[in-house]
Write a new protein. Structure first.
Length: 287
């Protein structure tokens, strides 16, 4: 059995857009024509690929596997064509997509990967900064090839590589009046401060939280005296205006590189895995 490229293109378009109408628009065909291609593909495979819900569509387990197959096929094809286009140059080419939470994307993930970009002008890269709870979906839907998480992603077929630890500390502004009973977090669902205080086995008598959306806004808030915050030491050490409170013990949180296991990896994918495994542990330990 061979799968029709026209049907696979329709499947990928719907998967990326998460909408049949948007997928049809991307392919410049009618929605009915696209729906027929998806139906033919599902009949060919003997199983459904999408689950239609009130909030939109999502991939079935088989749909997720098929999407990873399509992406792997496209990556290998792109690498092959890139080699031809550069007369078999040793430089890499292709697109790589990486996701992580805010404390690791800018300080760990980007520095680990940018040397590849300097050495290989044809390489394209997309970085995604998401809340930890949203990152696994990027991997499942194929929006990201690699993600960084603070715990293993326990799903069949996913490789989890422990890179090291973020050492979380309580910081406050140096030589500035600040609100001692206020702690800055990302949003109301962010449990960083609560987990950190519970780790101390003591809670302040009176305290509340304010929300600054992402880590560097939180850092700015602390510097301006809006409150204290729990942040990784590798970020705290980059800011001269911050001081680590000696009244709290640090708490280590692991960092994992997560990606789906594949029968074949492109040279670019192998280089990304190699560089992150080599550079990220050094950056996490930086003081």
């Amino acid at each position: 059995m061979s799968l029709s490229s026209i049907q696979l293109d329709a499947f990928v378009a719907v998967s990326k857009a998460r909408s049949f109408s948007a997928g049809a628009k991307a392919l410049h065909i009618t929605q009915s024509a696209l729906s027929q291609r998806i139906l033919n593909l599902e009949q060919e495979l003997g199983s459904t690929l999408f689950i239609r819900e009130s909030s939109g569509i999502r991939l079935t387990e088989l749909g997720q596997k098929l999407l990873r197959y399509c992406q792997m096929k496209d990556s290998l094809e792109g690498e092959f064509l890139g080699e031809i286009g550069t007369l078999r140059s040793k430089s890499l080419s292709g697109l790589i997509r990486l996701g992580g939470f805010s404390t690791v994307v800018r300080s760990i993930l980007i520095p680990s990967v940018t040397p590849i970009l300097h050495e290989n002008p044809e390489v394209q890269v997309e970085f995604f900064t998401k809340e930890i709870r949203d990152l696994p979906r990027l991997l499942e839907t194929g929006e990201a090839d690699f993600i960084l998480l603070n715990k293993p992603y326990e799903k069949q077929g996913v490789e989890n590589v422990e890179l090291g630890f973020e050492e979380n500390v309580m910081v406050e502004p140096r030589n500035r009046v600040f609100r001692e009973n206020v702690f800055l977090d990302h949003d109301s669902e962010d449990s960083t401060t609560i987990d950190f205080l519970n780790y101390q086995k003591r809670l302040p008598k009176s305290w509340r939280r304010s929300y600054f959306d992402e880590i560097y806004s939180i850092v700015d808030g602390v510097l301006l005296g809006a409150g204290r915050a729990v942040i990784p030491l590798h970020i705290a050490n980059q800011k001269k205006g911050l001081v680590v409170s000696k009244n709290f013990r640090s708490m280590k949180t692991p960092v994992f590189l997560c990606y789906y296991q594949q029968a074949f990896y492109t040279s670019l994918q192998m280089r990304v895995i190699k560089d992150i495994k080599l550079e990220a542990p050094k950056l996490l330990k930086s003081t």
